[in-house]
Ligand binder design. Structure first.
Ligand code: GLN
Ligand code: ZN
Length: 743
């Protein structure tokens, strides 16, 4: 017996971020289009070779992209909004991705529950001609190397539709798209491909039943082209859509067995005998090696229900870095249990061989030994365990209810002004860290230079007339990394880049063990800042939920427990900040909302522990200490009662960028605590006028009692330049003063 293996997509940024570098060189006119395209082709070719050498039978191809694979499909399908139609080629493509000359880009948003961002397609009634030539050319090239192993990956029509902004009715959109997909499948068939993967992750969103008719219509038609279709789903289970999805006329269906309850559904409903089941068994969204014993038993269960299976990673491997073995600086026992894309290919192949009755037992035994070595290397931390065991509900409560403690907290003028925390991270500031790392400056010299930045920042805030100051976050590389580096149980990679969007890559930390704080993390800089001013300086922390959501987490204990461990560490930091004289502490949770599970029925479970973790961190604060929190791009309407349960004294939100929508949601819900509804967009270099911010504030005052309102920018200022920040803040303070006189 032979068990086939497959892949559903691969990282695309290049093992050494070649595509990122080529893109940035092209954008800054340091290289030309041909050089860029050549780089992308070389990177793509290397990926095909890697997968071929690993022994993958059905290699997913065509997902390599210059910016975003969803944008690629918008362009190929002719979904070019009017505002870009005067442009052509790469000009048009990058204008859609990044905007240009005042033409706004397509909207960017998160891809399902991952940290990857895609560009939202816009479908209007006047479609442009479809053009699949680049895709077909790629398929042809792949066939030259891979032959019949080359399996084109196509973004499914209904997932595309589900994620689009529609300016026509759904039936019309379905019929437009269907015509174009029929052409595409016909062309692929002519090229002689043996199968096409059509990815329909929207099937797991929980509302797929509403689109049942459209799925049936589309797949009935596409099935008639005569090219075998493998329908691919991932990120969660099919839920109530399972039975009818099984009936769609396709040759195979892939399910994710690393998330959700597809195994239960399979056991309950079975699997059609005429189809092949694609088993997403190796977790493509986390970095741990499989534990052979548990995975093999799942596979045996699956095989006993339906013998015709193939194995593959649970989704595209774009969510993990390339190669764990390159991380030479990580301790060996940790490195050996990490699995990035290349290791995952190997795992898929070994599992398939084992299941087929082969005997790669040495390899599996070795993995087991490596896990044992890891457990010895990273034992449980008894002190952390002890604290978790003794956790009581009282620890989650502030000592006094909001209405009472509010009276004890600092008194400020109406419409108090502040910022979200960070100030410009200039090249000079980043250079300081490079120099420190290279040993070109001493720790004392580094700190002195940071302190000089803090002093400058305090002076600028004083001159702008802000009421509540911050130290500016100059010592922080990144809001999660900075804390992770000071906590035990966190590891950092050198080459562990994953694409966030376009050319932007991040290196998520890896949480591998119990988390504990060795020493205070933010006190020194806070004290420096507070010593320079009589105004209140806010202490600045990153919240537990954001740290969890922006890291690779452990799989041996629940995320909720990992969040509580981090919350305990932050709780100590809050207490230390108070002891150092902080009257306000901000605990940022920008990623709280983005951690919501895909299926709404699981939201409460997540929000319950997420909010508890925040409360555990903040609950230690004395009544007279004001706790702030901050969230970016948040929509709150549907989760407002959980936001209330955070029990933060002040909540600052990105608001002007979403045209006050967030503010209206808060108002509608009757939110009682204080709100800093951002008065200007920090993503734009434009300097907001006083008048414009007065208007924002008027909207605020018309909607919320004035005692509830704070005045601040939408988000941190670290990506802006001082020349933008200084006048912007002056105008903002001026706007607040004008409003104070009017009331
Ligand atoms: N305090 C952080 C900053 O100002 C918050 C960042 C964020 O919201 N993502 O940079
Ligand atoms: Zn923000």
């Amino acid at each position: 017996m032979i068990i086939q293996t497959a892949t559903l997509g691969y990282p695309r940024i290049g093992k050494n971020r070649e595509v990122k570098k080529a893109l940035e060189a092209f954008w800054s006119s340091k290289s030309d289009a041909e050089t860029l395209l050549q780089t992308v082709r070389e990177v793509e070719f290397a990926h095909w070779q890697t997968q071929l050498q690993a022994g993958i039978d059905r290699i997913g191809i065509g997902d390599t992209t210059l910016y975003d694979h969803v944008l690629d499909w918008s362009v190929r399908l002719g979904l070019i909004p009017d505002r870009f139609r005067h442009l052509t080629g790469l000009d048009q493509y990058f204008a859609m991705a990044r905007g240009r000359d005042g033409i706004p880009a397509l909207e960017m948003t998160k891809w399902f529950d991952t940290n990857y961002h895609y560009l939202v397609p816009e479908i209007d009634p006047v479609l442009q001609p479809a053009d699949f030539s680049d895709f077909l050319e790629t398929v042809h090239r792949a066939q030259t190397l891979l032959g019949q192993r080359a399996i084109p990956i196509v973004l499914g029509p209904l997932t595309l539709l589900r994620l689009s902004r529609l300016e026509l009715n759904v039936e019309q959109a379905v019929s437009y798209l269907l015509d174009r997909y029929l052409v595409l499948l016909g062309e692929l068939k002519n090229l002689g491909v043996v199968e096409v993967q059509i990815h329909e992750p929207a099937l797991v969103l929980g509302d797929a039943d509403n689109f049942k008719g459209a799925y049936q219509l589309i797949y009935d038609s596409l099935g008639r082209v005569g090219l075998p279709i493998h329908l691919v789903t991932y990120f969660d289970d099919l839920g109530s859509a399972y039975p009818w999805v099984m009936e769609l006329p396709v040759a195979g269906i892939s399910l994710d067995f690393t998330r959700g309850r597809n195994l239960d559904l399979l056991q309950q409903h079975g699997f059609p005998a005429d189809k092949q089941l694609g088993v997403g068994i190796v977790d493509a969204r986390n970095v741990w090696r499989v534990r052979p014993e548990s995975v093999l038993s799942t596979l045996e269960t699956i095989q006993s229900i339906t013998p015709n299976i193939r194995l593959h990673p649970s989704s595209s491997l774009q969510f993990v870095p390339y190669d764990a073995q390159r991380e030479a600086k990580l301790p060996e026992p940790l490195r050996n249990v990490l699995s990035f894309a290349e290791q995952k290919l190997e795992e898929v192949v070994i599992l398939a061989q084992t299941l087929a009755g082969g005997d790669p037992s040495d390899k599996l035994a070795m993995v087991q030994t490596q896990w044992k070595a890891f457990e010895q290397f990273s034992p449980v931390n008894p002190a952390v365990q002890e604290r978790l065991r003794n956790l009581t509900v009282q620890a989650l409560e502030r000592a006094m209810p909001y209405e009472q403690r509010k009276k004890l907290q600092p008194t400020l003028p109406p419409l108090p002004t502040t910022t979200i925390g960070s100030f410009p991270q200039t090249t000079e500031v980043r250079q300081l860290r490079v120099k420190l790392k290279r040993g070109e400056i001493t720790q004392a010299e580094y700190e002195a230079a940071i302190d000089a930045e803090i002093a400058k920042c305090i002076q600028i805030q004083e001159e702008a007339g802000l009421d509540v100051l911050v130290h500016g976050e100059f010592e922080r590389t990144d809001m999660v990394e900075f804390f992770g580096q000071q906590l035990s149980g966190f590891a950092f990679t050198e080459q562990g880049w994953v694409q966030s969007y376009g050319s932007r890559c991040v290196r998520p930390p890896i949480i591998y063990g119990d988390v504990a704080r060795a020493a205070p993390m933010t006190i020194r800089e806070f004290k420096v800042a507070q010593s320079l001013t009589d105004k209140v300086v806010k202490g600045m922390l990153t919240g537990p939920v954001t740290m969890i959501n922006w890291s690779f987490t452990r799989t041996d204990i629940p995320r909720s427990e990992q969040a509580m461990q981090i919350a305990f560490a932050l709780r100590d930091e809050v207490a230390d900040l108070e002891a150092a004289g902080a009257k306000m502490v901000q605990i940022d949770e920008p990623a709280l909302r983005e951690g919501l599970p895909l299926k709404p029925e699981r939201w409460n479970e997540y929000l319950s522990w997420a909010v508890d973790a925040f409360r555990l961190a903040a609950g230690v604060a004395k009544p007279e200490t004001q706790i702030h929190t901050h969230m970016c791009y948040s929509e709150f309407g549907d989760i407002i009662q959980h936001i209330e349960r955070l029990d933060a004294d002040v909540l600052s939100i990105e608001n002007s960028r979403s045209n006050n929508e967030t503010l209206f949601e808060i108002t509608d819900a009757g939110y009682q605590h204080q709100v800093g509804n951002g008065v200007y967009d920090v993503h734009s270099p434009a300097i907001p006028s006083t008048e414009q911010m007065v208007q924002q504030l008027k909207t605020g005052i018309a909607n919320l009692p004035i005692e509830q309102i704070w005045v601040n920018p939408d988000c941190g200022l670290k990506t802006r330049r001082w020349e933008e920040v200084i006048p912007s803040l002056k105008n903002m303070v001026e706007a607040a003063k004008i409003m104070r006189e009017e009331i």
